[in-house]
Design a protein around this ligand. Structure first.
Ligand SMILES: *Cc1c(COP(=O)(O)O)cnc(C)c1O
Length: 422
C-alpha cells in the first residue's frame, strides 16, 4: 500500500461485527483465566496485554500504524517526544558511554543531552552538521554508542545529510537515531537512507491539532547488534527478565522489545489510551495536511522573500536556500510547514509585526492546523543577550512561523497588513 492508504488503514483491522473505528481501551488491567497464561506473558513468552504501563490495545494499533508508515519492524508510543528521545538513547547507552549529536537540534533535546544525560554519566559531542566525514570520524571513541540528528532541525530548519551520518555510524558498528518530527514519514522516511532508529514528537504534525502530547520510537530492525559486538545488553541474558536474550528471542525486534520490557517497565512514560485515539485521528489525515502545510509554507516563504520589509527568509524549499539540494534529495514531496525570517528593523520590528497579526496567533507550539508565530528572543530564549542569541544561531529578530492549513492567500494577507505597521 502507498503511504496515503497506510495513514488511513494501517494498524487496526476489525473482525466481523467489531467497531469500525479504533476503540479507546480505557483499562489499566486485563483479565486471564489461568495463572500460567499470566506467567507466560510476564516471561515475554506470549504476546498479550497485562498492564497498560507496558502495552494497551489502543496504543498497540497506533504503534503498528506508525511502524508501517516509517517502514520499521515495531514501534512504541510514549507520553511525550522527550520520553521517546530519552528511552531511545538509554536503551543502548549507560554511564561512561559517549554519543555524537548534530548541534542543530530541538532546544529540549539539547538540554536533555547536555544537562540530564551528562548527570547520568553519558558524554555528548555536538557537531556542526556540515562537518566532513573525515573530521567526524576523528570524534569517535571506543565508548561511542550512537549518532543522533534531526532530519529537519527545529528551529534551525537545517536539512541533515542522513546518509553521511549513517555511514559514520555504520563504519563504526553503532546505530544512527533520527528525530523525524518535522517531516513526518509522509515527507521523509529516514530508514530508507540508513537510519536505524527513528523517534518523533507526535505532539506536532502527527497529532496535528495541538490536542495531545506524545512521542514514538520506531525500530528499523536493520541494525545487527550481534555483529557489532558493542551492545552486550542486547546479546547477553537479561537477568531482570529470566535470562531473555533480546537478539536471540526477538530477532529484528530486539531494540524495541528491550525498550519496552526494561525502560517502559522502569520509567513508566506511557501514553494515555485517549491520547492514542486522538493521535490515530490525526494520522488518518496526515498525508493531506503535510501536503498543504508544505505548499502553504512555500507560498508564504516566497512572498516574504520578495517583500522589501523583510531582511532574510530561511526555508529549505526556497531555491535561494543553502539546503535546497539536500531538501530535493531528502524532502522531495515538500519541506513541511515551518519557516523562519527576520524583518528589517531588528527585534523591535519583529515584536511590532507579531503584535499586529490577527489570523496568526502567538503560540509556543508548532506544527498544528492553525498558523502560529513565535519570537524566540522575547520568549523561549529571553534570558540571553543579543550576542548569546547570535552565538546559538537565533538572531534577535528571528520569527518562527508555523504555517497552518488555512487558505494561503488569507495567511499572506494577514502578514501583509501586519507589515504595514513596521
Ligand atoms: C517538540 C519536539 C520534541 C519534544 O517533544 P514533546 O512532545 O514536546 O516532548 C522533540 N523533537 C522535536 C524536533 C520537537 O519539535
Amino acid at each position: 500500500m502507498k503511504i496515503e492508504t497506510k495513514c488511513v488503514q494501517s494498524g487496526y483491522t476489525p473482525k466481523d461485527g467489531e467497531p469500525r473505528v479504533l476503540p479507546i481501551y480505557q483499562s489499566t488491567t486485563y483479565k486471564y483465566e489461568s495463572t500460567q497464561t499470566m506467567g507466560d506473558l510476564f516471561d515475554l513468552k506470549k504476546d498479550g496485554f497485562f498492564y497498560t504501563r507496558l502495552a494497551n490495545p489502543t496504543a498497540d494499533a497506533v504503534e503498528k500504524k506508525i511502524a508501517d508508515l516509517e517502514g520499521g519492524v515495531g514501534a512504541m508510543l510514549t507520553s511525550a517526544g522527550q520520553a521517546a528521545t530519552l528511552i531511545s538513547i538509554m536503551n543502548i547507552c549507560k554511564a561512561g558511554d559517549h554519543l555524537i549529536s548534530a548541534s542543530t537540534i530541538y532546544g529540549g533535546t539539547l538540554n536533555l543531552l547536555s544537562v540530564t544525560l551528562k548527570k547520568f554519566g553519558i558524554d555528548v559531542t555536538f557537531v556542526d552538521p556540515e562537518t566532513s566525514p573525515e573530521e567526524l570520524q576523528k570524534l569517535i571513541r571506543p565508548e561511542t554508542k550512537l549518532v543522533f540528528g534531526e532530519t529537519l532541525a527545529n528551529p534551525a530548519l537545517k536539512v541533515l545529510d542522513i546518509e553521511k551520518f549513517a555511514s559514520l555510524a555504520h563504519n563504526n558498528g553503532i546505530p544512527l537515531i533520527i528525530d523525524n518530527t518535522f517531516p513526518t514519514p509522509v515527507l521523509c522516511r529516514p530508514i530508507e537512507y540508513g537510519a536505524d532508529i527513528v523517534v518523533h514528537s507526535t505532539s506536532k504534525y502527527m497529532d496535528g491539532h495541538a490536542v495531545s502530547l506524545g512521542g514514538v520510537i520506531i525500530d528499523s530492525g536493520n541494525f545487527d547488534w550481534a555483529a557489532s559486538g558493542k551492545f552486550p545488553e542486547m546479546t547477553e541474558p537479561d537477568e531482570s527478565y529470566h535470562g531473555v536474550v533480546y537478539t536471540k528471542n526477538f530477532g529484528k525486534a530486539a531494540f524495541i522489545t528491550k525498550a519496552r520490557a526494561q525502560l517502559m517497565r522502569d520509567l513508566g512514560s506511557s501514553p494515555a489510551p485517549m491520547n492514542c485515539f486522538l493521535l490515530n485521528l490525526g494520522l488518518e489525515t496526515l498525508h493531506l495536511r503535510m501536503e498543504r502545510h508544505s505548499s502553504n509554507a512555500l507560498k508564504v516563504a516566497e512572498y516574504l522573500e520578495n517583500n522589501d520589509k523583510i531582511d532574510w527568509v530561511s526555508y529549505p524549499g526556497l531555491k535561494s536556500s543553502p539546503d535546497y539540494e539536500l531538501a530535493k534529495k531528502y524532502l522531495p514531496g515538500g519541506c513541511s510547514g515551518v519557516i523562519a525570517f527576520g524583518p528589517k528593523g531588528g527585534r523591535e520590528a519583529s515584536v511590532k509585526f507579531m503584535d499586529s497579526l490577527k489570523l496568526a496567533n502567538i503560540v509556543c507550539h508548532v506544527a498544528d492546523a492553525r498558523t502560529g508565530v513565535l519570537h524566540p528572543a522575547s520568549s523561549t530564549h529571553r534570558q540571553l543577550t543579543d550576542k548569546q542569541l547570535i552565538d546559538c544561531g537565533v538572531k534577535p529578530e528571528l520569527i518562527r512561523m508555523s504555517v497552518g492549513i488555512e487558505n494561503a492567500d488569507d495567511i499572506i494577507a494577514d502578514i501583509d497588513q501586519a507589515l504595514t505597521n513596521i
